[in-house]
Write a protein that binds this ligand. Structure first.
Ligand SMILES: CC(=O)[C@@H](O)[C@H](O)COP(=O)(O)O
Length: 267
């Protein structure tokens, strides 16, 4: 019997089921029309945005993100970008819950400094604990440290999201070995979040066994974001299918591709 190449279980995060394994951010597009078209081309079902930098209708003079990104169509993932300590992150998640009528799925991101935007893991752990206690489903952006990732899971986070490399750097996955260690141990979904620059890097994340990928800059900073969003969709699907298929073993020596025995070889 032939394999069904696209037969796959849905991604499940905090009881929510998704067919797409690509989550996309809304920052840095030319306008909301371009954002909407890129999201469409990416096939994403989960859209993240920085609560502190996005108008969700509070300001009637500015375009409202929700007009371009319908909550009926997409699962919204408000994030705490711009927060540098646990207090600010918790306050930002509560604000999002209020603005979005009780919506409780959030992406926690507590940053260490302005130059690296590296996660401050001490403050991230503090905020995660408080948010979980307060009833939030917390997807946590973190470093690629396997111990920290497991601690976030232990605190009740519904997904861990190690960086591939610095946010907005487009440098790909700097430490695939650590990502593998996290995947081997975690029981909640593992997503690469940040640093993906090309479709091949997104495919690699999936080939490593990540459950999904979250990205923004690689699409928004491409000269042709809609095309790039489409390429990312296909790369994530290809990487996932390759992971499910399983790679060939690596060998130290060559092995002829065509059989040495059999009808054709014998003539
Ligand atoms: C949109 C968002 O949540 C970013 O903070 C995220 O980490 C994506 O990073 P890239 O822009 O490097 O894809």
């Amino acid at each position: 019997m032939h394999d069904q190449p696209f037969d796959d279980a849905p991604l499940v995060v905090a009881g929510r089921r998704f067919q797409s394994r690509l989550m996309v951010g809304t920052g840095k597009y030319r306008d909301f029309d371009e954002t909407a078209r890129a999201l469409e081309a990416s096939g994403t079902e989960v859209v993240t945005f920085a609560v502190r930098r996005t108008n969700l209708g509070q300001n009637t003079d500015e375009p409202n993100l929700l007009d371009a990104v319908s909550p009926e169509r997409y699962t919204l993932l408000p994030n705490t970008a711009g927060c540098y300590d646990a207090r600010a992150a918790v306050r930002t998640c509560r604000l999002a819950r209020e603005l979005l009528d009780g919506h409780n799925l959030v992406k926690l991101e507590v940053l260490g400094d302005d130059t690296t935007l590296y996660p401050n893991v001490v403050e991230t752990l503090k905020a995660a604990e408080e948010l979980v206690k307060d009833g939030f489903d917390v997807m946590a952006y973190t470093s690629d440290d396997p111990i920290v990732a497991l601690e976030l899971e232990r605190l009740g986070c519904c997904a861990v999201m190690p960086l591939g490399s610095l946010i907005g750097s487009g440098c790909g996955i700097q430490n695939p070995h650590n990502i593998r260690l996290i995947i081997e141990r975690a029981r909640v979904p593992v997503l690469i979040d940040a640093g993906i620059g090309t479709p091949s890097e997104a495919a690699l994340a999936m080939e490593l066994g990540c459950d999904a990928v979250l990205m923004n800059s690689a699409i928004a900073h491409s000269p042709r974001p809609i095309r790039m969003a489409h390429a990312m969709k296909r790369a994530v699907e290809a990487g996932r299918t390759a992971f499910l298929a399983g790679r060939m073993p690596r060998r130290d020596r060559a092995e002829a591709s065509s059989p040495k025995s059999g009808r054709i070889a014998a003539t």
